[in-house]
Design a protein around this ligand. Structure first.
Ligand code: GDP
Length: 286
């Protein structure tokens, strides 16, 4: 699914999220563990400021473990609660309920003191497209989607997904846009497969990816593409990979589009191992 974010759409998306926030106790903000900053909505802090929040670094199975640890530390230092998870296999999901209970203890204790009947914690999953929202909801739900629970004051029937006894989720996540006006952010989103290839120039995305790998993961590049050495310049690197993989056009020229497709496909399929495309250091230096 590609979503075109025109100003009208952005306003609508924001309105929808704001409406949903009224129904819940806590927000689970889903980001891509490989690019935790670039996969955030630029206005998220302001939009969800009224609710407690847990940042979930999803697809941690695809990210560089050492860098994910740095990100968890980074968020902790900023006073933001963050967990690394893999929504596809379910790794780390148990911590979500446990941490939610801690963060909402005071609110629920107060409700109990007022004689309000205990209920499950209500949560909303928010994130940019393709970050894994549906996967997470399905994984947590384990077929526990309830169709009945109309809440008073809500005109459209919201469906709640039960996660054990103590947590329930709105079944439709909040979808927000990424910070796509920033070109570097666009390249990172494209490299990790978060945005459709047709949106950006494939060769430009690959130039970004190869330069990044050259600087941060040179041995992975050399190993994967059986390079004798790592060329300093980007064009010879393209040429080397193209030659090794037979991306050649009639006349013996390197087919850069085909080479780009191949490189990006292999990065996204974790053929170069687990990769992270941004580090906290890059953001604290800015
Ligand atoms: P949504 O648009 O945010 O609802 O994203 P989806 O749930 O449709 O997920 C987008 C893609 O990411 C799908 O191909 C999922 O299988 C994949 N995905 C989601 N979570 C994970 C994860 O934790 N690990 C891996 N490896 N893939 C994931």
């Amino acid at each position: 699914m590609t979503i075109q974010w025109f100003p009208g759409h952005m306003a609508k998306a924001r309105r929808q999220v704001t409406e949903k926030l009224k129904l819940i106790d806590i927000v689970f903000e889903l980001v891509d563990a490989r690019i935790p900053m670039s996969s955030r909505n630029p206005m998220i802090d302001e939009i969800v400021s009224s609710k407690p929040r847990i940042v979930l670094l999803n697809k941690a199975d695809k990210a560089d473990d050492a860098i994910t640890k740095q990100w968890l530390e980074f968020f902790k230092e900023k006073g933001i609660h963050a967990l690394a998870i893999d929504a596809q296999t379910g790794t780390g999901l148990k911590q979500i309920t446990a941490l939610s209970k801690v963060l909402l203890k005071e609110k629920f204790d107060k409700m109990a003191a007022k004689g309000i009947k205990p209920r499950a914690i209500r949560a909303l999953i928010i994130g940019i497209p393709n970050v894994g929202k549906s996967t997470l909801i399905n994984r947590l739900a384990k077929k526990n989607i309830t169709k009945t629970a109309d809440r008073p004051g809500v005109t459209t029937a919201q469906q709640w997904v039960k996660v054990g006894q103590e947590l329930e989720l709105l079944d439709t996540p909040g979808i927000l846009w990424p910070k796509f006006e920033d070109q570097l952010v666009g390249f990172k989103l494209a490299t990790t497969g978060a945005i459709k290839d047709a949106i950006l120039n494939l060769q430009e995305v690959t130039v970004f990816a190869l330069n990044f790998l050259k600087e941060h993961y040179p041995n992975r590049l050399i190993g994967r593409f059986h390079l004798d050495e790592l060329p300093d310049e980007i064009v010879p690197l393209f040429d080397e990979i193209g030659k090794k993989r037979g991306c050649i056009m009639p006349g013996g020229y390197i087919d850069y589009d085909k080479t780009s497709e191949l490189v990006l496909r292999e990065i996204r399929a974790d053929k170069l191992g687990r990769l992270s495309f941004e580090t906290p250091k890059q953001f604290t230096e800015q």
